[in-house]
Design a protein around this ligand. Structure first.
Ligand code: ADP
Ligand code: MG
Length: 252
């Protein structure tokens, strides 16, 4: 396993408040790494520091061999960050937006090829504002790929999406990883983390309280004698919903 991100004793204070209290972890090249935790745990702060978008208070961050303190510019070149979709000009078409980003990054890009990767070729001439929530998220993930990054950061990419759109996004994320890109994401959906992530770190109140593969964490809990109070059925309501409404691309 090659380490592509190394974080050591990272701390972030907002005034007197310690949002991140000395966390250490590594992300391996080519994995999907999940950062989980309740609201306010410090997930976004941690990501934004690694993304060079927010100053840390102390600690060491190395990304692809580049030290955050010395070579933030080099880090920027090899990462893709998903921006809030509210930042996209609503009246521009998808192709126009990609060309705009391409110009900003000074990185020539084949807009149609990029849209192909996220299954939005049919929408190329549509305005951003006229797309569904799932399509907007897929498009914003496409924009993270413009500079052909080694690592992409996705902060709650599936929050607010319906079950089909969420599954579409999982497929897309798996596809991006299969082409060699390391993915770090945050999510509040445990089924998503279990399905998607090779390893997860669970954060609470500024600390990492557990870091392992979902499988190992579950086995460990079971081995400790934990039992669910209710007998679990062989399917859940989400299975019923997907079964009834189909798991294909509903929005296209
Ligand atoms: P998460 O993404 O896990 O929900 P955040 O990293 O956004 O958590 O926030 C961690 C804590 O830091 C929260 O208590 C939040 O209110 C606080 N916080 C985040 N940004 C700021 C800021 N710019 N100024 C002051 N406090 C902040
Ligand atoms: Mg957050």
């Amino acid at each position: 396993m090659n380490t592509i991100i190394s974080v050591k004793d990272l701390k972030k204070n907002y005034g007197n408040f310690e949002a991140v209290k000395g966390i250490s972890f590594e992300v391996y090249e080519g994995e999907i790494f999940g950062l989980l935790g309740p609201n306010g745990a410090g997930k976004s702060t941690t990501l934004e520091i690694i993304e060079t978008l927010r100053d840390k208070s102390s600690g060491e961050v190395i990304v692809n061999g580049f030290n955050l303190d010395k070579q933030p510019g080099e880090i920027k070149k090899i990462i893709g960050v998903q921006l809030q979709t509210s930042g996209f000009y609503p009246g521009l078409s998808l192709v126009e937006l990609i060309n705009l980003f391409s110009g900003l990054y000074n990185e020539p890009v084949d807009a149609m090829e990029l849209l192909q990767r996220v299954n939005l070729v049919d929408k190329a001439k549509n305005k951003f504002k006229d797309m569904s929530g799932g399509q907007k998220q897929r498009f914003s993930i496409a924009t993270t790929l413009i500079n052909k990054p080694k690592i992409i950061f996705l902060d709650e990419p599936t929050t607010g999406l319906d079950p089909q759109a969420r599954r579409n996004l999982w497929d897309l994320i798996v596809d991006i990883r299969s082409k060699g890109t390391t993915v770090i994401l945050t999510t509040h959906y445990m089924d998503e983390a279990e399905q998607l992530c090779d390893r997860i770190a669970i954060m609470d109140e500024g600390r990492i309280i557990k870091l392992d593969s979902p499988d190992k964490m579950i086995d460990e809990l079971v081995a400790s004698g934990f039992e669910r109070t209710k007998q679990v059925k062989a399917a859940n309501l989400e299975d019923v919903f997907i079964h009834l409404t189909g798991k294909d691309l509903r929005e296209e």
